[in-house]
Ligand binder design. Structure first.
Ligand code: G1P
Length: 270
């Protein structure tokens, strides 16, 4: 099962991402997918008409509520997908979507990074973009021992939480981290980034890596900004991260949290 459809609380992780996009004013969503992941686009097509009728006749109120929430979410948003049949890097994934983009900036959201926040994470990046009109990366401070799994930036602070990116090191070796600010998989990219991506060459693993393209741009004197996002970064990219994310959000959930806490207590789990 692709990890973006692993359930978190009671819906697929990708639904959190689509909710974030919609709450940030996005009206067009393009999934970069592969043939095996047809489920993702199908899911956001809404439910077949008879399903609601059947659920109603069987008084499945919880399922009906979930369907209605999904129907509300997809209202006013168009969904399409482009195929990336071989995993050739995040830069390559973005390149597949380019024919569908106009000459305008786009938000790029990885399917396994959720940010719990008051202002949706993408909206926070859009707010920074509105002032600089340059690419904006979501940043998050992490303990040193975790940084080797992420893109890590060298920065110059220019305002509260706003940074000018000087360098990006993808998955730095211990001792080589340029700061404790890691890149979350959420970006505002501009046509200039797309132009650089179009000329990017695959690395030794055959991948076109977005971080390498950012680095090329920085070397060419282009500006890229970063915003230390307000909120909590929750990951779903590996099993333990996903389990923690699910536990965290489920225990805080207004519908399920209290009952699950009681269950855990009654069973001497906490
Ligand atoms: C990707 C990016 C990395 C970023 C991370 C966030 O890595 O390459 O820069 O920090 O997402 O989730 P991946 O998770 O694909 O290894």
């Amino acid at each position: 099962m692709p990890k973006e459809i692993w359930p978190v609380i009671d819906k697929p992780a990708i639904q959190f991402i689509v909710e974030e996009a919609k709450a940030s004013g996005i009206e067009e969503v393009i999934f970069v997918s592969n043939a095996k992941k047809k489920f993702v686009l199908d899911y956001f097509k809404g439910s077949p008409a008879p399903l609601k009728k059947i659920l109603s006749s069987r008084k499945k109120t919880e399922a009906i509520k979930a369907l209605e929430e999904l129907e509300e979410l997809i209202k006013g948003v168009t969904f399409s997908s482009v195929m990336q049949d071989r995993p050739m890097g995040d830069g390559h994934a973005i390149l597949q979507a380019l024919p569908k983009l106009k000459k305008e900036p786009a938000g790029v959201l990885f399917g396994d990074d959720i940010v719990e926040s008051t202002v949706p994470c993408l909206q926070q990046l859009i707010n920074v973009y509105a002032t600089c009109e340059k690419p904006v990366l979501a940043l998050y401070r992490l303990p040193k021992e975790l940084l080797h799994s992420y893109g890590v930036v060298q920065v110059e602070k220019i305002a509260n939480r706003v940074y000018k990116i000087k360098k990006i090191v993808e998955k730095p070796k211990p001792g080589e981290e340029p700061s404790d600010l890691a890149v979350i998989g959420k970006y505002i990219l501009t046509p200039e980034v797309f132009d650089f991506l179009k000329t990017a060459k695959p690395n030794e693993k055959g991948e076109i890596v977005l971080a390498d393209t950012f680095d090329k741009m920085l070397q060419a004197g282009k500006s890229i900004y970063g915003y230390e996002v307000e909120g909590k970064w929750l990951e779903c990219g590996n099993k333990i991260a996903w389990l923690k994310t699910d536990l965290y959000l489920t225990l805080k959930d207004p519908q399920y949290g209290a009952e699950l806490r009681k269950f855990a207590k009654d069973n001497n789990l906490i």
